[in-house]
Write a protein that binds this ligand. Structure first.
Ligand code: NAP
Length: 245
């Protein structure tokens, strides 16, 4: 029986690349997205062309009712969750802390922190019942660098993910569930345009020791590694995939 991998934020960028590589590796896919139905359908169709099952589950991870409904739908469709790529995330317009609004901070933490924690909680409940599983929480090198004058709120939300990863990993390690955090560096996806800086990855390349942004596929390969049996003794870790940054 194929393993079932849930990928949140699978309609674009790193999530979409993870879906492609996971389909090639033989996973069946539960693909979550929030608004980009066309992108999600394209990802699902490409995955199905490789002979695996791929189903779409539209939900805003920041909404607890939608997360619960999504997992009920996954239960009905697949009956299990073996692996989770907890990837959905947002940035906002670059700005100093003095310009942050309450609404901005609330949305950032609702999506990047509470959403990721709710999804992990529901996945763990299923993995405990099944006797094991693996989770990769997608963080960011911003949790180390702090992202001054750009998005300190985003950086802090990812630091929360790193700490959540360690605590959850320790809670569930004896139950055969591994939980790791993966910190991409600057990666060439549409997230920068969504934050108002479409050329950000190119413009900041000189700050990266390897002098170039990462690709979604380079991040996805590391996610697949941490989810795989090759990482069977790795839990509670954070892995930087950042060209040395
Ligand atoms: P992206 O291209 O903007 O894709 C983001 C994905 O997340 C989309 O599928 C989007 O779905 C989904 N999403 C956003 N909000 C959601 C919500 N509330 N509920 C469900 N899905 C939601 O971004 P990316 O660059 O691939 O980023 C993926 C992850 O990597 C994020 O956690 C990000 O913080 C992290 N990361 C990225 C970089 C980078 O440089 N790109 C660096 C470090 C860390 P819809 O479009 O359908 O709404």
């Amino acid at each position: 029986m194929s393993k079932v991998l849930l990928i949140t934020g699978a309609s674009a960028g790193i999530g979409a690349a993870t879906a492609k590589l996971a389909a090639e590796a033989g996973y069946d896919l539960a693909l979550n997205y929030r608004s980009d139905t066309q992108g999600a359908e394209t990802v699902a169709e490409s995955a199905r062309a490789l002979g695996i099952r791929a189903e779409l589950f539209q939900a805003d991870v920041a909404d607890p009712d939608q997360v619960e409904a999504m997992f009920k739908a996954i239960d009905a469709s697949f009956g299990r969750v073996d692996a989770l790529a907890n990837n959905a995330g947002i940035v906002d317009q670059g700005a100093p802390v003095t310009e942050f609004t309450h609404a901005r901070l609330k949305r950032m933490f609702d999506v990047n922190v509470i959403g990721a924690m709710l999804v992990a909680k529901e996945a763990v409940i299923r993995m405990q019942a099944q006797g094991g599983g693996a989770i990769v929480n997608v963080s960011s090198v911003a949790s180390r660098t702090g992202s001054a004058n750009e998005y300190v709120d985003y950086a802090a939300s990812k630091a929360a993910i790193d700490t959540f990863t360690k605590g959850l990993a320790d809670e569930v390690a004896a139950q055969g569930i591994r939980v790791n955090s993966l910190r991409p560096g600057i990666t060439d996806t549409e997230i920068h345009a969504k934050g108002g800086a479409p050329d950000r990855a190119k413009l900041l390349a000189h700050k990266i020791p390897m002098q170039r942004p990462g690709t979604s596929e380079e991040i996805a390969r590391a996610i697949l590694f941490l989810l795989s049996e090759d990482a069977s003794y790795i839990t509670g870790s954070t892995l930087d995939v950042s060209g040395g940054r």
